[in-house]
Design a protein around this ligand. Structure first.
Ligand code: PLP
Length: 388
């Protein structure tokens, strides 16, 4: 019998996760109930944040953050080109413009020099926010990014959708992603391929109580019920959205979050095995580089391959891997090259993002895998690239 197919990422749902959802379904409140705050408190605790605000998904988390920070038309935000579409699109949702920054061709992360270059391109325009992405779970150089952003009068919003459980080593201590040490807010996603899953789901963490309050208001139509008001009374000072996360999914999120230490350890162990096994395919295949001081909980297992030199196209390699039961994916097509952004901002060359894109391939990585799965993936990769 053929071994089971290994997708590039997938959720790990266990009996207690299912029991938590079943219990939530028997409650009176399926949404806006007590499980929302319980999940938020547990999440804030897990990442060392002051405040956590649950929402519908990671994209809504980014959108709400832009709204709550007051980013608007006339503003500019800096976004690395190597990311998922949502990091850039949230800037457009509020009418601001994106300046794309380049990334390190070997790690996929925006470096301080890339940010400095993008800031100089933005010129005299008002830069409202800088959105570093902790690509693959590796943490960007936040102290340097925050100091550049501050000089430009911009705030930092971390797109931490890949980086739940990651940390940055700084002056001998580890600062967890989401703690807000160098940023105004961090956003997370609970899409099934992410480190914990609720199907759809998101979270924003922030050290700023006022921002958290505004995020909560905007998450639910901009409505407030002033204390002491009539029982039916609510007021709206600015229009918000329905970006709530239901209690059913908060129950799942809390059950998943309790497993974060185990999931993170499994991901780190699998990464370590990959690094060992991939040595046999060097230098034609190299793992993505990790920036110094990044203490990753790895989200994606990206390798860099010089396809033309091997005489195999990426498409051929992916199809041959699939035939061997191994899923793979490409993270990411540079966002600046999307038709919408090209039409809006013209042709732009970002050599780091393009060089990353040309070579990258994401191999299976999720806690349900074991070491033999890693060995199977690496030997299949060697075969399809003609290196075995
Ligand atoms: C997954 C992801 C998002 C969007 O999250 P959704 O929950 O799918 O809306 C945003 N940014 C990055 C980097 C992501 O990986």
């Amino acid at each position: 019998m053929a071994p089971p197919f290994l997708p590039y990422g997938r959720q790990t749902i266990e009996d207690d996760d299912i029991a938590a959802v079943a219990a939530a379904l028997r409650d009176d409140l399926l949404t806006t109930g007590p499980r929302v705050e319980a999940f938020e408190m547990a999440f804030a605790d897990a990442v060392g944040a002051e405040h956590a605000v649950a929402c519908a998904n990671g994209t809504a988390a980014l959108h709400l953050t832009m709204l709550a920070l007051g980013v608007r038309e006339g503003d500019v935000c800096i976004v690395p080109s190597t990311t998922f579409l949502a990091t850039a699109n949230c800037v457009r949702y509020v009418g601001a413009e994106v300046v794309f920054a380049d990334v390190d061709p070997d790690s996929g992360l925006m470096r301080p020099d890339d940010l400095a270059q993008a800031l100089s391109e933005a010129g005299p325009k008002s830069v409202a926010a800088v959105l570093p992405v902790h690509m693959r779970g590796d943490v960007a150089d936040l102290p340097a990014i925050a100091s550049l952003a501050e000089s430009a009068g911009a705030v930092v919003v971390e797109d931490a959708c890949h980086a739940l459980g990651s940390a940055l080593r700084h002056e001998g201590a580890d600062a967890l992603v989401g703690s807000g040490r160098w940023s105004s807010a961090s956003t997370f996603s609970f899409h099934p391929v992410k480190t914990i899953a609720t199907g759809e789901g998101g979270m924003i963490t922030t050290p700023d109580a006022g921002l958290a309050e505004r995020l909560r208001r905007l998450r639910s139509h901009g409505m407030v019920r002033p204390p002491g008001g009539d029982p039916w009374w609510y007021e709206m000072a600015e229009p918000g959205f329905n970006y709530r996360l239901p209690d059913i999914l908060c129950a799942l999120g809390q059950a998943q979050l309790a497993k974060l230490p185990r999931f993170a350890a499994a991901r780190r162990a699998l990464l370590a095995r990959y690094l060992e096994a991939l040595a046999s395919l060097a230098p034609a295949v190299r793992p993505a580089a990790s920036p110094p001081n990044s203490q990753a909980t790895p989200h994606l297992m990206c390798v860099l391959i010089d396809f033309p030199a091997l005489g195999v196209t990426r498409r051929e390699a992916m199809e041959a891997l699939k035939a061997r039961g191994v899923g793979s994916q490409v993270h990411y097509i540079p966002v600046h090259s999307q038709p919408y952004y090209q039409a809006r901002y013209g042709e732009k060359r970002l050599p780091g993002a393009e060089a990353w894109y040309d070579r990258t391939l994401s191999l299976p990585l999720y806690p349900g895998m074991d070491m033999a799965d890693v060995d199977r993936v690496v030997s299949a990769l060697g075969e399809v690239l003609g290196l075995a």
